[in-house]
Write a protein that binds this ligand. Structure first.
Ligand SMILES: [Zn+2]
Length: 119
């Protein structure tokens, strides 16, 4: 199964399939991180790391946490702090093998203001 791995290899995010599309969001956090998001159901993704191997950041209403490797600093995913059965997870597609996502369409999301796609 495709796996998004941080630079040092301490955090692995296993997903069920290659993403169908990727999202480039311009909100205040995503534009700084430079992430490309692949969305899945949280229940179909497995995050594998040793205890204490990650750090996280939450802001605003603190509904989400942005998780990064505590060693190499790569953002690995975001997740809901209080997930439900239908919660999504955003996996940072920058951590996939570039060959896996090379042909996947990237959509530009205006997360900064309208929450609509710009393309
Ligand atoms: Zn790492």
């Amino acid at each position: 199964m495709p796996t998004a791995i941080c630079h040092c290899g301490a955090v692995r995010v296993e997903v069920p399939r290659k993403p169908r599309r990727l999202t480039n969001c311009n909100c205040s956090i995503c534009r700084r991180y430079g992430t490309l998001w692949a969305y899945y159901k949280m229940s179909e993704v497995r995050v594998v790391n040793a205890p204490g191997a990650t750090s996280e950041y939450s802001w605003g209403d603190k509904a989400l946490r942005f998780v990064r490797c505590a060693t190499c600093g790569c953002i690995t995913h975001w997740e809901h702090i209080q997930p439900t059965e239908t919660s999504k997870i955003g996996v940072n597609a920058r951590n996939f093998d570039p060959a896996l996502i090379g042909s996947v369409r990237i959509r530009r999301l205006d997360g900064a203001s309208t929450w609509k796609y710009l393309d």
